[in-house]
Design a protein around this ligand. Sequence first.
Ligand code: ADP
Ligand code: MG
Length: 251
Amino acid sequence: MKIVISGKGGVGKTTISGTLARLFAERGYSVIAVDADPSMNLHSAIGVENPTPISQLKELINERAVIAPGMYNLNPRVDDIPERFSAVRDGIRLLVMGTVEEAGQGCLCPENTFLKAILRHLVLKRRELLILDTEAGVEHLGRSVAENFDLMLVVVEPGAKAITMANRLAKLSREIGVRQVYAVANKVASEEQKDFIKQELDIEVLEAIPYDKAVVEADIKNIPLIDIKTESPALKKIVQLSEKIEELAGR
Ligand SMILES: Nc1ncnc2c1ncn2[C@@H]1O[C@H](COP(=O)(O)OP(=O)(O)O)[C@@H](O)[C@H]1O
Ligand SMILES: [Mg+2]
């Protein structure tokens, strides 16, 4: 199953992506976690060092994805990339995209071509899972890296901006052929906030995760949420979320 995690900046995408990766790995899945955010911090939510970002492989990309100046091979060879340029930790392989320069809308930079090819090339078997953590907003959808993914989770926090963004993302995800889209409410501090989110969203909320000091504590200590020793209500809900995702995958 290929899952993309999207939403406004700061809503909790990376925390949730990294925690889901760890939870699925614990359950025996082979997880490929892909960090498509130029700030490259998914590794800390998983608890692994960053590998070389793909975008830094300029020579290799030019060799394989550029035919002539301005002419790109849309099907470059990428089969060796996940193995060669990823960080590994029990059951998880982390791939980091790095900074891809955007030259205006619909840019077909070789890095983008390359990145899309990698995601397309990863054909997953049973009990394999791809989790794509994205940059805030809709830019990654402009590049449509998540084309034909099975599931988009749009993370939303209580607030008008996050909700507007979430509704936009849900619409876009359908346009690029993502098969299922659900919202995940995060940093929810009351029933009223949860109701507010449910009311304003055009899509179903798969799980509501509470605002939780333990998440902040993990962030301060720079350790993955799943490794925090204190009781974490947010972690409990992310576990429930992972079970619901498994149900969706089984359908
Ligand atoms: N449920 C939560 N309760 C409290 N703080 C949270 C929660 N989820 C995320 N945060 C905090 O919000 C900030 C942004 O989270 P992050 O996962 O980096 O978001 P994004 O990847 O969407 O930008 C971090 O400081 C994180 O610790
Ligand atoms: Mg992030």
